[in-house]
Design a protein around this ligand. Structure first.
Ligand SMILES: C[S@@+](CC[C@H](N)C(=O)[O-])C[C@H]1O[C@@H](n2cnc3c(N)ncnc32)[C@H](O)[C@@H]1O
Length: 199
């Protein structure tokens, strides 16, 4: 394992991967304090989750990310236009419907491969206090693409107070620079005190 990394294992229930787990996904708490990480990645994880559990994980992710921190997560996403392609996918034909925003491949094993309405994903991302930076569609529904699953980049927005303070500091600095004769910031470099006359 690379230096600086440690693994923390959580025994979370997943119908497909860990049916005998002991922790319900909706009450899982990441063993980490808040605002600790710059980056979070979930490759082929939300493609095996129910929507309520994704919502809860997004809250947890937002909690442990630093403001400005990024998430890369893969999903299977559809919208009205893509739905026929998702249903007819050559690899994961999402021919079964669980609810109004969820379709899946295997009747006996919904978490084998599960897809969500993109608008719903955007909503739960927003609910969690995160923002969508970009979505790059993959080729799972038969379209041309580099990756197989859909890649979604999210961000925890900067705190508003922090942004305001930074912009205030920038404005104060610019004002001081304008006032300083040689372009130097006089307030930042205090002059030595005068000692007597004739200097
Ligand atoms: C298809 S595998 C992907 C594994 C790996 N990320 C990769 O890209 O090869 C799906 C993974 O989701 C993990 N998983 C299932 N439920 C989970 C949960 N509630 N929290 C975290 N991981 C979970 C499973 O342990 C499994 O390793």
């Amino acid at each position: 394992m690379a230096a600086g990394f440690t693994f923390a294992h959580l025994d979370v229930i997943n119908d497909r991967y860990n049916p005998k787990g002991t922790v319900a996904p909706e009450s899982a708490r990441f063993p980490a304090r808040g605002a600790q990480f710059d980056f979070c990645c979930l490759f082929s994880i939300f493609t095996h989750f129910y929507k309520e559990d994704i919502q809860h994980y997004l809250y947890e992710i937002r909690r442990v990310l630093k403001p400005g921190g990024l998430v890369v997560a893969t999903w299977f996403l559809y919208d009205d236009e893509r739905l026929p392609k998702a249903i007819g996918s050559p690899v994961y034909p999402m021919a079964h419907r669980l609810d109004e925003v969820t379709i899946y491949k295997e009747p006996s094993d919904p978490l084998r491969a599960i897809a969500f309405d993109e608008n719903h994903v955007r909503t739960i991302v927003k609910n969690a206090g995160l923002e969508v930076v970009r979505i790059d569609r993959g080729k799972w529904a038969g379209e041309e693409a580099v990756e197989f699953q859909d890649f979604v980049i999210l961000r925890r927005p900067e705190d508003r107070v922090r942004v305001q303070l930074r912009s205030l500091a920038g404005r104060a600095k610019r004002a001081l620079m304008r006032r300083a004769p040689s372009g130097r910031c006089s307030a930042a470099r205090p002059r030595p005190a005068h000692h007597g006359r004739g200097r």
